[in-house]
Design a protein around this ligand. Structure first.
Ligand code: ATP
Ligand code: MG
Length: 420
């Protein structure tokens, strides 16, 4: 049998033609986060299933139907992380990271959700997550939003808009919950199966439904704003003032509730109309109750996550130019003497020109064949080493873009002879 084994549906290879754009995006993110004093944290990809049930909420799309869960050989119930906040909070508590001072953290990596694969929706996808622990005031929420805004600016992305909302405190949501239940009960026959189930357990989730048949019902639902307490209202008003003062434009979307249970007060999303149905590239909000909920000392927190696949796709759509890596030189080795000395010569060149991107010809081949490979590699220069060059400790430099004449130079002078 020689059946080809294929990748898992919804889990993609990132090919060499894709990775430069990803590295560009990741590089901008790292640099931007450093500029705001955030540090990287790396958590395991697998956590106890209980962690996600307790933090994301039992009655959410993720926990109800999207988790990759399994029992390991000890019979422990484990799950491939569907998002990063839960694991980050667990790590913060376990390592006692919030003692007095605020913690500014970020992480990047794969997340797993068993969804229906389509454009912008995969079963393994990647997120940048940014979290701040220990501060309650809305300047934090505003700064986080400004970090995301700066990432768009640094990447050259323009076609995104910011939506914000406040979900209020736990009390507010409890009151609002009752209002929503009465409203939806009046139109019980219009609810879909998921919504009927959520009506008792988690009616706010109904607002997050993607079912188009329910769009109008949701559009006419009472909004939470009227139920906000004075404190919640102040927090939200201050956030808007901070955003105004930074010149960050936003829309207040009173129906923005987010698909996870742990949010309260500020929630926000960055959306684009350039990506079809999966238009949210970044989502986040405040989750002041979560740390305590999973066993830590009560600690306010805010965070957001960027969907990197969607962001990379948006960069492509917007035809944003970025610096592509180009191989600097290809080392052509002519004759047995050069072939046996070749790897040594390549090492020498790498020492003489730190950072040079040099492909050494491997596996021999005729002069002509090697030149063809040099051309195909996209290298700027071919560096030719044969018997003569070995004897005189020189290399022959050929500019493959054809701008300069071929010349023979001393190996020791190679750095000043190439324009990289
Ligand atoms: P959606 O409403 O699109 O399902 P979500 O509310 O489930 O998103 P979050 O859990 O807030 O998403 O994740 C943050 C971001 O991660 C999303 O805004 C999106 O950019 C990205 N994301 C979420 N799920 C996927 C997925 N299955 N494939 C690719 N990107 C995703
Ligand atoms: Mg989702």
């Amino acid at each position: 049998m020689s059946n080809k084994i294929q990748s898992i549906r919804g889990m993609n290879d990132l090919l060499p033609e894709d990775t430069p754009r990803w590295q560009f995006v990741e590089g901008v993110m790292r640099k931007t986060l450093a500029a705001y004093g955030y540090s990287e944290i790396r958590m395991p990809i697998v956590e106890k299933s209980e962690l996600f049930k307790r933090s994301i909420g039992e009655v959410t799309d993720i926990v109800e139907k999207e988790m990759y869960s399994f029992a390991d050989r000890n019979g422990d119930e484990l799950t491939l992380r569907p998002e990063g906040t839960a694991g980050c909070v667990r790590a913060v508590i376990e390592n006692n990271l919030v003692r007095g001072a605020a913690q500014r953290l970020w992480y990047m990596g794969p997340m797993f959700r068993h969804e229906r694969p389509q454009r912008g929706r995969y079963r393994q996808f990647h997120q940048l997550g940014v979290e701040l622990f220990g501060l309650e005031s809305s300047d934090v929420d505003a700064e986080l939003i400004s970090i995301s805004a700066r990432i768009w600016r640094e990447l050259g992305i323009k076609d995104v808009t910011l939506q914000i909302n406040s979900l209020g405190s736990t009390d507010t949501r409890a009151k609002y919950r009752d209002t929503l239940v009465s409203y939806f009960k009046e139109s019980y026959e219009q609810l879909d199966e998921d919504s009927v189930r959520r009506l008792e357990s988690n009616p706010l989730r109904i607002l997050d439904s993607k079912n188009r048949d329910m769009a109008e019902l949701i559009q006419n639902a009472p909004i939470l704003e009227e139920a906000l307490s004075d404190e919640d209202r102040d927090h939200f008003e201050q956030l808007k003032a901070y955003l105004d003062s930074m010149g960050i434009a936003y829309e207040v979307n009173p129906r923005l509730v987010r698909g996870l249970d742990y949010y309260g007060r500020t929630v926000f999303e960055w959306v684009t109309d350039k990506l079809g149905a999966q238009g949210t590239i970044c989502a986040g909000g405040r989750y002041d109750g979560l740390v305590e909920q999973i066993g830590g000392k009560s600690t306010p927190a805010v965070g957001f996550a960027i969907g990197i696949e969607r962001l990379v796709e948006l960069l492509k759509e917007s035809a944003v130019e970025f610096k592509q890596n180009r191989v600097d030189a290809y080392l052509v080795l002519v004759g047995d003497a050069a072939i046996s000395a070749g790897l040594g010569v390549a090492e020498k060149i790498r020492e003489l020109i730190p950072g040079i991107e040099l492909i050494a010809n491997l596996g021999g081949g005729s002069f002509k064949a090697q030149f063809k490979r040099a051309d195909r590699s996209g290298a700027h220069y071919a560096l030719v080493v044969g018997e003569d060059e070995i004897a005189t400790e020189t290399v022959t430099v050929k500019d493959l873009s054809g701008e300069q004449e071929q010349r023979n130079i001393a190996l020791t002078l190679i750095e000043s002879s190439l324009v990289l």
